[in-house]
Every structure is written in structure tokens, then in C-alpha cells.
Design a protein around this ligand. Structure first.
Ligand SMILES: [Zn+2]
Length: 179
């Protein structure tokens, strides 16, 4: 159990772009439970993503050809989709981010009743932060890259999100982002 992350350990090495302040106590508890379950079921550093997603989140796993995003979480169909990329390490980062969304669903933090862009950005930043801790717990041999966790902390990432929800989001962050 030595690779269980102590989420409240403020000395833990974290990337500059993510913040444990984005996590709530209930999210930390579920992250911790998921990592404990992965250890118990021998799913740490496991390459069969379908098994990881099935056992840990009770979601279906799919891989998809797409180059506009790393993946997505279909909370209605209970599917986690990770898109193909050249980097196996990036697959793991994307998988952990999408598992982060499944944890937000359980804890009531993936609330699609609000379609304010600022709320959606906060949810993505939180999913990135959860994903970071999951990556350390589930794939401890994979070194997290800063750039894999700072997308939604950048203006470009926020613009991407605004375009992703194309017309369904109320943009309260930018004016004239197309100009
Ligand atoms: Zn996301």
C-alpha cells in the first residue's frame, strides 16, 4: 500500500498548474478509495484500460480515432472514451482525467445544469487535478508532464471548451473571442 497518495500531504510534489484547493473532502475520499481498490485488484500500472475503467468506475471503455481532444466521459451512457495518440503515457493521462469526471459524477461536482463557461472551466480544472492524483496512484511509473495538466488553466484551453460546447454554453469569460 506504499503508493497510496496522501492527498492532504502538503509536502507532496504537485505540478504548478494544479491545486489541491480544487478538491473537496468527498472527492479526496473517492480518489483514495479508487486507488485502494486498484491496489487490491492488482490494477496498478495495468495496461488493459477496459478492465481498469470497468472495475474502478463501472464504466465501459472505448478507444476512438480523433485528434481534437484526448477523450471524453459520456456520463449518460457510462462510457469513457480515450482517443488514439502516439504516446502511451498520454493515454494514461487522458484515462485518469476521464476517470476524474466519473468521480465528479459520484460526488455531485459534474453538474451540467449550469452551462456557464466559468463553471465548465472549473470542472475541467478539477478533473485535471483529480487526474493528476489518479495518475500518481494508478500509474506511478509514469512521470506527469506539466503540459498535460495545464490545458484548462490557459486561455487557449478555455476557448477550446467554449468551442467544444458550441452554442450551448454561456460565455461569461470572454468577449469577441473569435475576433
Ligand atoms: Zn474533461
Amino acid at each position: 500500500m506504499s503508493n497510496i497518495i496522501r492527498l492532504y500531504d502538503h509536502k507532496a510534489q504537485i505540478l504548478p498548474s494544479i491545486s489541491p484547493l480544487l478538491l473537496t473532502r468527498d472527492i479526496c475520499r473517492v480518489v483514495d478509495e479508487m486507488i485502494k481498490l486498484a491496489n487490491k485488484k492488482k490494477l496498478v500500472d495495468h495496461s488493459d484500460f477496459a478492465e481498469v475503467v470497468g472495475v474502478l468506475a463501472d464504466y465501459e471503455y472505448e478507444s476512438e480515432e480523433a485528434d481534437d481532444c484526448g477523450g471524453y466521459c459520456d456520463i449518460i451512457g457510462k462510457r469513457i472514451v480515450v482517443t488514439n495518440s502516439d504516446s502511451n503515457d498520454y493515454h494514461k493521462v487522458a484515462l485518469c482525467h476521464e476517470l476524474g469526471h466519473s468521480i465528479q459524477v459520484i460526488t455531485g461536482h459534474y453538474d451540467k445544469r449550469s452551462m456557464l463557461l466559468s463553471d465548465l472551466v472549473s470542472e475541467e480544472q478539477q478533473a485535471d487535478t483529480i487526474g493528476y492524483y489518479l495518475l500518481r496512484g494508478l500509474y506511478p511509473a509514469t512521470k506527469p508532464n506539466t503540459e498535460d495538466f495545464q490545458g484548462y488553466f490557459s486561455v487557449a484551453g478555455m476557448e477550446f471548451l467554449n468551442n467544444w460546447y458550441d452554442g450551448f454554453v454561456q460565455n461569461d469569460l470572454f468577449k469577441n473571442i473569435d475576433s
